[in-house]
Design a protein around this ligand. Structure first.
Ligand SMILES: [Zn+2]
Length: 280
Protein backbone atom coordinates (compact mmCIF):
# COMPACT_ATOMS: atom_id res chain seq x y z
CA UNK A 1 0.00 0.00 0.00
CA UNK A 2 1.25 3.47 -0.88
CA UNK A 3 1.73 5.49 2.30
CA UNK A 4 0.03 8.86 2.50
CA UNK A 5 2.54 11.68 2.98
CA UNK A 6 2.60 13.21 6.46
CA UNK A 7 1.74 16.58 4.98
CA UNK A 8 -0.19 17.74 1.91
CA UNK A 9 -0.57 21.24 0.47
CA UNK A 10 -3.21 22.53 -1.95
CA UNK A 11 -3.98 26.06 -3.13
CA UNK A 12 -7.41 27.51 -3.87
CA UNK A 13 -8.80 30.96 -4.73
CA UNK A 14 -11.95 32.60 -3.39
CA UNK A 15 -12.85 35.69 -5.35
CA UNK A 16 -10.78 38.53 -6.68
CA UNK A 17 -10.64 42.28 -6.65
CA UNK A 18 -9.88 44.52 -9.58
CA UNK A 19 -7.25 47.22 -9.47
CA UNK A 20 -5.20 49.26 -11.90
CA UNK A 21 -2.46 47.05 -13.40
CA UNK A 22 0.05 49.87 -12.95
CA UNK A 23 -0.27 49.65 -9.17
CA UNK A 24 1.40 46.23 -8.98
CA UNK A 25 3.80 46.95 -11.82
CA UNK A 26 4.16 50.59 -12.98
CA UNK A 27 5.74 49.36 -16.24
CA UNK A 28 2.49 47.65 -17.31
CA UNK A 29 0.16 49.23 -19.86
CA UNK A 30 -2.97 50.89 -18.57
CA UNK A 31 -5.92 48.68 -17.68
CA UNK A 32 -7.17 46.66 -14.77
CA UNK A 33 -5.88 43.38 -13.43
CA UNK A 34 -7.42 40.79 -11.20
CA UNK A 35 -5.99 40.14 -7.76
CA UNK A 36 -7.24 36.62 -6.95
CA UNK A 37 -7.49 35.84 -3.23
CA UNK A 38 -5.53 32.61 -2.80
CA UNK A 39 -5.57 30.49 0.32
CA UNK A 40 -4.04 27.14 1.15
CA UNK A 41 -5.29 23.89 2.66
CA UNK A 42 -2.62 21.97 4.53
CA UNK A 43 -3.40 18.46 5.72
CA UNK A 44 -1.03 17.42 8.49
CA UNK A 45 -0.87 13.93 9.95
CA UNK A 46 -1.73 13.96 13.68
CA UNK A 47 -2.95 17.58 13.44
CA UNK A 48 -5.68 17.57 10.79
CA UNK A 49 -6.72 20.25 8.34
CA UNK A 50 -5.15 23.69 8.57
CA UNK A 51 -6.07 26.68 6.41
CA UNK A 52 -3.62 29.40 5.58
CA UNK A 53 -5.79 32.51 4.97
CA UNK A 54 -9.39 32.25 3.82
CA UNK A 55 -9.90 34.45 0.75
CA UNK A 56 -13.00 36.57 0.21
CA UNK A 57 -16.54 35.61 1.10
CA UNK A 58 -19.85 37.44 0.78
CA UNK A 59 -19.09 38.89 4.23
CA UNK A 60 -16.94 41.48 2.41
CA UNK A 61 -20.05 43.00 0.80
CA UNK A 62 -21.84 43.22 4.16
CA UNK A 63 -18.78 44.69 5.88
CA UNK A 64 -18.41 47.39 3.22
CA UNK A 65 -22.08 48.31 2.92
CA UNK A 66 -21.81 51.55 4.91
CA UNK A 67 -19.28 54.38 5.01
CA UNK A 68 -16.41 54.71 5.67
CA UNK A 69 -15.93 51.00 4.87
CA UNK A 70 -17.65 51.50 1.49
CA UNK A 71 -14.54 53.36 0.29
CA UNK A 72 -12.74 50.02 0.50
CA UNK A 73 -15.22 48.46 -1.96
CA UNK A 74 -14.84 51.43 -4.28
CA UNK A 75 -11.03 51.22 -4.23
CA UNK A 76 -10.98 47.46 -4.83
CA UNK A 77 -14.31 46.10 -6.13
CA UNK A 78 -14.67 42.44 -5.15
CA UNK A 79 -16.06 39.64 -7.32
CA UNK A 80 -16.94 36.20 -6.02
CA UNK A 81 -18.60 33.54 -8.15
CA UNK A 82 -21.28 31.30 -6.56
CA UNK A 83 -19.84 28.32 -4.64
CA UNK A 84 -16.34 29.80 -4.57
CA UNK A 85 -15.96 30.80 -0.92
CA UNK A 86 -13.45 28.74 1.09
CA UNK A 87 -16.31 27.06 3.00
CA UNK A 88 -18.09 26.08 -0.22
CA UNK A 89 -14.93 24.89 -1.98
CA UNK A 90 -14.06 22.69 1.02
CA UNK A 91 -17.59 21.28 1.30
CA UNK A 92 -17.53 20.46 -2.41
CA UNK A 93 -14.42 18.37 -1.66
CA UNK A 94 -16.14 16.58 1.23
CA UNK A 95 -14.46 18.58 4.00
CA UNK A 96 -16.79 20.22 6.52
CA UNK A 97 -15.90 23.48 8.27
CA UNK A 98 -15.85 21.62 11.61
CA UNK A 99 -12.88 19.60 10.34
CA UNK A 100 -10.71 22.72 9.93
CA UNK A 101 -8.73 22.72 13.17
CA UNK A 102 -6.65 25.85 12.62
CA UNK A 103 -6.69 28.90 10.39
CA UNK A 104 -3.36 30.69 10.11
CA UNK A 105 -3.82 34.37 9.25
CA UNK A 106 -1.05 35.93 7.15
CA UNK A 107 -2.34 39.45 7.86
CA UNK A 108 -5.63 41.19 8.53
CA UNK A 109 -6.45 42.59 5.08
CA UNK A 110 -9.96 41.75 3.91
CA UNK A 111 -8.86 39.51 1.02
CA UNK A 112 -7.13 37.20 3.53
CA UNK A 113 -9.61 37.11 6.42
CA UNK A 114 -12.85 37.41 4.41
CA UNK A 115 -13.90 33.82 5.11
CA UNK A 116 -13.12 33.59 8.86
CA UNK A 117 -16.74 33.88 9.99
CA UNK A 118 -17.61 30.72 8.07
CA UNK A 119 -15.44 28.63 10.44
CA UNK A 120 -17.02 28.92 13.91
CA UNK A 121 -15.06 26.03 15.43
CA UNK A 122 -11.54 26.65 14.13
CA UNK A 123 -8.67 27.98 16.23
CA UNK A 124 -6.80 30.96 14.81
CA UNK A 125 -3.05 31.45 14.68
CA UNK A 126 -1.65 34.90 13.91
CA UNK A 127 1.08 37.32 14.82
CA UNK A 128 0.39 39.13 18.09
CA UNK A 129 1.52 42.53 16.81
CA UNK A 130 -0.56 42.18 13.62
CA UNK A 131 -3.68 41.45 15.66
CA UNK A 132 -3.00 44.23 18.16
CA UNK A 133 -2.68 46.71 15.31
CA UNK A 134 -5.86 45.43 13.62
CA UNK A 135 -8.01 45.99 16.70
CA UNK A 136 -6.42 49.25 17.83
CA UNK A 137 -7.35 51.37 14.79
CA UNK A 138 -10.50 53.46 14.59
CA UNK A 139 -12.92 52.90 11.68
CA UNK A 140 -11.32 55.42 9.34
CA UNK A 141 -7.77 54.32 10.14
CA UNK A 142 -8.82 50.72 9.57
CA UNK A 143 -10.14 51.47 6.08
CA UNK A 144 -6.90 53.33 5.28
CA UNK A 145 -4.90 50.26 6.36
CA UNK A 146 -7.16 47.91 4.32
CA UNK A 147 -8.48 46.29 7.49
CA UNK A 148 -12.17 45.56 8.07
CA UNK A 149 -12.62 44.65 11.75
CA UNK A 150 -16.20 43.53 10.96
CA UNK A 151 -14.68 40.47 9.26
CA UNK A 152 -13.01 39.36 12.51
CA UNK A 153 -15.34 36.95 14.38
CA UNK A 154 -16.70 38.29 17.71
CA UNK A 155 -15.17 35.41 19.66
CA UNK A 156 -11.79 35.72 17.92
CA UNK A 157 -9.95 36.40 21.21
CA UNK A 158 -11.06 33.17 22.81
CA UNK A 159 -10.09 31.14 19.73
CA UNK A 160 -6.80 32.81 18.91
CA UNK A 161 -3.26 31.71 19.68
CA UNK A 162 -0.36 34.02 18.97
CA UNK A 163 2.42 32.51 16.91
CA UNK A 164 5.07 34.09 19.13
CA UNK A 165 3.62 32.11 22.08
CA UNK A 166 3.02 28.73 20.48
CA UNK A 167 6.00 28.33 18.12
CA UNK A 168 8.17 25.29 18.96
CA UNK A 169 11.20 27.28 17.90
CA UNK A 170 11.93 30.73 16.43
CA UNK A 171 15.09 31.19 14.37
CA UNK A 172 16.59 33.30 11.60
CA UNK A 173 17.58 31.44 8.43
CA UNK A 174 20.71 32.21 6.41
CA UNK A 175 18.80 34.76 4.30
CA UNK A 176 17.82 36.71 7.40
CA UNK A 177 14.18 35.53 7.29
CA UNK A 178 12.59 34.79 10.66
CA UNK A 179 11.20 31.24 10.79
CA UNK A 180 8.65 29.77 13.21
CA UNK A 181 8.57 26.02 13.69
CA UNK A 182 5.03 24.84 14.52
CA UNK A 183 3.18 21.52 14.87
CA UNK A 184 6.61 19.90 15.39
CA UNK A 185 7.22 20.03 11.63
CA UNK A 186 10.50 20.56 9.80
CA UNK A 187 9.03 20.78 6.29
CA UNK A 188 6.34 23.41 6.95
CA UNK A 189 7.46 26.55 8.73
CA UNK A 190 5.85 29.95 9.03
CA UNK A 191 7.97 32.95 8.12
CA UNK A 192 7.81 36.63 8.90
CA UNK A 193 7.54 39.00 5.90
CA UNK A 194 7.04 42.50 7.35
CA UNK A 195 6.37 45.56 5.25
CA UNK A 196 3.16 45.18 3.26
CA UNK A 197 1.36 44.65 6.57
CA UNK A 198 2.49 44.52 10.19
CA UNK A 199 4.48 41.30 10.75
CA UNK A 200 2.83 39.59 7.78
CA UNK A 201 3.29 35.81 7.61
CA UNK A 202 4.11 33.41 4.80
CA UNK A 203 5.39 29.85 4.83
CA UNK A 204 8.09 27.54 3.54
CA UNK A 205 6.87 24.10 2.43
CA UNK A 206 9.06 21.26 1.30
CA UNK A 207 7.98 17.77 0.29
CA UNK A 208 10.07 15.79 -2.19
CA UNK A 209 10.22 17.97 -5.32
CA UNK A 210 7.38 20.28 -4.20
CA UNK A 211 9.28 23.19 -2.68
CA UNK A 212 7.40 26.41 -2.18
CA UNK A 213 8.06 29.65 -0.38
CA UNK A 214 4.65 31.27 -0.14
CA UNK A 215 5.40 34.98 0.24
CA UNK A 216 1.76 36.18 0.42
CA UNK A 217 1.72 39.93 -0.36
CA UNK A 218 5.50 40.60 -0.21
CA UNK A 219 4.91 41.37 -3.91
CA UNK A 220 1.82 41.16 -6.12
CA UNK A 221 3.73 40.08 -9.18
CA UNK A 222 6.61 37.64 -9.50
CA UNK A 223 7.68 39.43 -12.68
CA UNK A 224 7.88 42.81 -10.91
CA UNK A 225 9.68 41.31 -7.89
CA UNK A 226 12.10 39.39 -10.10
CA UNK A 227 12.96 42.48 -12.15
CA UNK A 228 13.22 44.78 -9.16
CA UNK A 229 10.17 46.82 -10.18
CA UNK A 230 8.49 48.27 -7.12
CA UNK A 231 4.74 48.90 -6.95
CA UNK A 232 3.32 52.39 -7.47
CA UNK A 233 4.27 54.58 -4.53
CA UNK A 234 0.57 55.22 -3.81
CA UNK A 235 0.57 51.89 -1.93
CA UNK A 236 2.64 53.56 0.80
CA UNK A 237 -0.70 54.98 1.96
CA UNK A 238 -1.77 51.62 3.33
CA UNK A 239 1.47 49.61 3.59
CA UNK A 240 2.74 49.21 7.14
CA UNK A 241 6.40 50.00 6.37
CA UNK A 242 7.96 50.73 3.00
CA UNK A 243 11.59 50.14 4.23
CA UNK A 244 10.54 46.76 5.69
CA UNK A 245 8.79 45.91 2.39
CA UNK A 246 12.03 46.57 0.45
CA UNK A 247 14.12 44.60 2.98
CA UNK A 248 11.73 41.63 2.85
CA UNK A 249 12.03 41.49 -0.96
CA UNK A 250 15.83 41.55 -0.65
CA UNK A 251 15.74 38.65 1.81
CA UNK A 252 13.43 36.70 -0.52
CA UNK A 253 15.83 37.24 -3.42
CA UNK A 254 18.71 36.05 -1.25
CA UNK A 255 16.69 32.95 -0.29
CA UNK A 256 15.87 32.31 -3.95
CA UNK A 257 19.52 32.61 -5.00
CA UNK A 258 20.54 30.07 -2.35
CA UNK A 259 17.57 27.73 -2.97
CA UNK A 260 17.00 27.65 -6.72
CA UNK A 261 14.83 24.52 -6.39
CA UNK A 262 12.16 26.56 -4.56
CA UNK A 263 9.25 28.34 -6.24
CA UNK A 264 8.44 31.75 -4.79
CA UNK A 265 4.68 32.29 -4.91
CA UNK A 266 2.67 35.40 -4.12
CA UNK A 267 -1.02 35.41 -3.18
CA UNK A 268 -2.19 37.69 -5.98
CA UNK A 269 0.29 36.95 -8.77
CA UNK A 270 -1.20 35.49 -11.98
CA UNK A 271 1.57 32.86 -12.09
CA UNK A 272 0.36 31.48 -8.75
CA UNK A 273 -2.93 30.51 -10.45
CA UNK A 274 -1.00 27.62 -12.07
CA UNK A 275 -0.76 26.04 -8.62
CA UNK A 276 -4.51 25.98 -7.94
CA UNK A 277 -6.14 22.62 -7.23
CA UNK A 278 -9.48 23.70 -8.70
CA UNK A 279 -10.96 25.56 -11.67
CA UNK A 280 -11.70 29.23 -11.29
ZN1 LIG B 1 -3.74 40.58 -0.24
Amino acid sequence: MVQKPAIKLDFFASGYCEANAKIANPQKKRGTCRFYALWALIEIKNVGYVLFDSGYSEAFQTATHTFPERFYRWATPMYLKPKQSAKEILEERGISVSEIRYIIISHFHADHIGGLQDFPQSQFICSKSAYQQAISLNRLQSVRKAILPKLIPDDFNSRCQFLEDIADEISINNSGIEEFKIFGLENFKLISLPGHAKDMLGFIFSLDTKKILYATDASWSYEAYHNGILPNKIVKLFFDSWPDFIETQQKLKDFESKNSNFNILFTHCVESLNYLSHDL
